[in-house]
Design a protein around this ligand. Structure first.
Ligand code: C2O
Ligand code: CU
Length: 484
C-alpha cells in the first residue's frame, strides 16, 4: 500500500469517518482511491456487549477455540475462556470460596496452559505458575480462591484472569485468553452506582489481516494493533441514562498504553484501583492506563440528555466508545467523601531494589532474564518489606507483583499520586522510580514479579520470589530412619 493511501486511511480513521477503498479488477493506486459516501461499516453502529457472567461457587470453563465476531465480515479465530472474548466473567461475593475448573480443549500446538487470577490473593499452588502445575492439552485443573486476606474478607475490586505460560504468555493473551473476575464486597459503600449502572470496560488493541484474523508474531519490543476493541467490540456504542455510572476499566492490551478522556471535557471521578476502593475519590480530567492496570471510575451524564459523549484515547486521537445519553432516569446513587481506608500493614523491615533493565539485548530485572530455577528474594511470611522499583530504560514498564497488594510510599522521591495509594500494577515511565511497601500474608511459596507489557515479560523481564517461614528454630538432629 502506498504511503499516500495510508495517510488518507489514517486521517479518515482519526476523523472517525468510515472509508471504503475502490474495489474491482484495477490495481489500487493512490490516484484511484475514492472516499465513498456509503461506508461498508458505519462507525459506532454496534452495541457494546458484556461477557456472560457466572456467580456460582463452582465454575467450569473450557479453554476453547472459537470464531468470534470482532469485526464485520469473517469472524476471528481465537483462543477463549468459554467461547467469548473477553471470556466468561466470574462475579463472586468476597469471603466465599470459589473453585474454577479449566479444561484445555486447544490442540497440542498451543501447549500447556496455566491461569493466573491477576490481583487475587491466591495460594502459590493456585496462582498460575508459569512453569509448573500446567494444564496439558486435553487436561483439566481446578484453581481454588478463598476470598480471604489475613483473616478478613478480600477487598472488593475487579481482577482479571489470563494465561501465564512461560515464554508464550503474550501469544496466548493476544489470541484471547483473558476474562474478568469481579469481587463484590458489602463493606464498600452501597450508594455507589450498582446493578445496570456498574459496567466493566476491557480495552484491547489487535492487528487484523485482510481475512480478519490476528496472527501473532512475537516482537520483544511489543505487539500492538491499529484497531481498538471495547469488550471485544470495535467502535461500539452504549445507550446510557442521564445519571451516574460506574465503569471498571481494564487495559487488556498486550503492550499499548492509553490516555483516556471524555470528549465533552467531563471528568472521571476515580474511586478505585486494581486493589479496591481508594481512601477518597479523586477527580481526574484524563487518566493514563498501562497494560493490566484497572481504573474504577464514576462518570456523571446528568444534564446531558440527547448528547453523544466519546471515550477517547488521546495518545492516538481515537474514539473508543460512543456513550449515547438517550434516557432520563432518576439517580439514587452518590459517592461518599471517604471510601475505604488503607489496611494497616505496619512498617517495612527490609528494603529490596528492583531495576527494570535492558541488558545484552533483552528486557531484564536487575540485569537478569527470567529463570525458573532462580529465586531472587525470600521474604518472610508475616513481615512487611519496602520494594523500590526503578526504570533506567528508555521505555515504560508496568510493574506487577503477585500475591499481595502494595501501598505507595514515594513516587520519584516525592509524594504518591492520590489515585495510586494501593495497587498491584504500577506504571513506570522512563527514568521514574517508585517505592512501595507490602506485607506477605497467609501464603508461603513462589510468586512472580514482572513487567506486564507481556512481550517484555516473555523476553525475560520477570523474576520470582519465595515467601518463607521465619527462621526455623533448628531442630535437634536425629538419625533418619531408613526408608522401607
Ligand atoms: Cu496479570 Cu503475572 O500477571
Ligand atoms: Cu516492560
Amino acid at each position: 500500500m502506498t504511503k499516500v493511501l495510508l495517510t488518507i486511511l489514517l486521517a479518515a480513521t482519526i476523523a472517525g469517518i468510515g472509508v471504503r477503498l475502490a474495489a474491482g479488477p484495477k490495481t489500487i493506486t493512490a490516484t484511484t482511491v475514492v472516499r465513498s459516501t456509503a461506508p461498508t461499516r458505519a462507525v459506532f453502529s454496534h452495541p457494546l456487549v458484556f461477557p456472560p457472567v457466572n456467580v456460582n461457587a463452582h465454575v467450569s470453563i473450557g479453554i476453547d477455540e472459537a470464531c468470534v465476531q470482532l469485526l464485520d465480515g469473517p469472524c476471528t479465530n481465537m483462543w477463549t475462556y468459554g467461547g467469548t472474548y473477553p471470556g466468561l466473567t466470574i462475579r463472586r461475593p468476597t469471603g466465599q470460596r470459589t473453585d474454577v475448573t479449566f479444561t484445555n480443549n486447544l490442540g497440542p500446538e498451543a501447549g500447556e496452559m496455566t491461569i493466573h487470577n491477576h490481583g487475587n490473593h491466591s495460594s502459590a499452588a493456585n496462582d498460575g505458575q508459569p512453569e509448573s502445575l500446567l494444564i496439558p492439552a486435553g487436561g483439566s485443573r481446578t484453581y481454588t480462591y478463598e476470598g480471604l486476606e489475613e483473616g478478613n474478607n478480600q477487598r472488593g475490586k475487579m481482577q482479571f484472569y489470563h494465561d501465564h505460560r512461560m515464554d508464550v504468555t503474550a501469544r496466548n493473551v493476544w489470541m484471547g485468553l483473558t476474562g474478568l473476575y469481579i469481587v463484590d464486597d458489602p463493606a464498600d459503600p452501597s450508594t455507589l452506582p450498582s446493578g445496570a449502572f456498574d459496567l466493566p470496560l476491557a480495552i484491547a488493541d489487535r492487528q487484523f489481516d485482510a481475512k480478519n484474523q490476528i496472527p501473532y508474531v512475537f516482537n520483544p519490543n511489543g505487539v500492538t494493533g491499529d484497531k481498538f476493541l471495547v469488550n471485544g467490540i470495535y467502535q461500539p456504542y452504549l445507550e446510557v441514562g442521564d445519571r451516574k455510572y460506574r465503569f471498571r476499566v481494564l487495559n487488556a492490551s498486550n503492550f499499548r498504553t492509553y490516555f483516556l478522556e471524555l470528549s465533552n471535557g467531563d471528568p472521571f471521578i476515580q474511586i478505585g484501583t486494581e486493589s479496591g476502593l481508594l481512601p477518597a475519590p479523586v477527580t481526574r480530567s484524563g487518566m493514563r492506563i498501562g497494560p493490566a492496570e484497572r481504573l474504577d471510575v464514576v462518570v456523571n451524564f446528568a444534564g446531558e440528555l440527547g448528547q453523544n459523549v466519546y471515550l477517547v484515547d488521546t495518545l492516538t486521537g481515537t474514539q473508543l466508545l460512543e456513550l449515547r445519553v438517550t434516557q432520563h432516569v432518576t439517580d439514587d446513587s452518590s459517592i461518599p467523601a471517604t471510601l475505604r481506608p488503607l489496611p494497616d500493614i505496619g512498617e517495612p523491615s527490609v528494603t529490596r531494589n528492583w531495576s527494570f533493565d535492558h541488558t545484552a539485548g533483552h528486557w531484564t530485572i536487575n540485569g537478569l532474564r527470567f529463570d525458573p530455577n532462580r529465586v531472587d528474594a525470600n521474604p518472610v511470611l508475616g513481615t512487611t518489606e519496602k520494594w523500590v522499583f526503578t526504570n533506567p530504560t528508555a521505555q515504560a514498564h508496568t510493574v506487577h507483583i503477585h500475591d499481595v497488594s502494595q501501598q505507595c510510599l514515594r513516587r520519584n522521591g516525592g509524594p504518591c499520586y492520590a489515585y495510586e495509594t494501593m495497587k498491584e500494577t504500577w506504571y513506570l515511565a522512563p527514568g521514574e522510580s517508585i517505592e512501595v511497601k507490602l506485607k506477605f500474608t497467609d501464603h508461603l511459596g513462589m510468586y512472580m514479579l514482572h513487567c506486564h507489557m507481556v512481550e517484555h515479560e516473555d523476553d525475560g523481564m520477570m523474576t520470582q520470589f519465595e515467601v518463607v517461614r521465619a527462621n526455623p528454630t533448628p531442630k535437634p538432629r536425629s538419625t533418619p530412619a531408613p526408608r522401607p
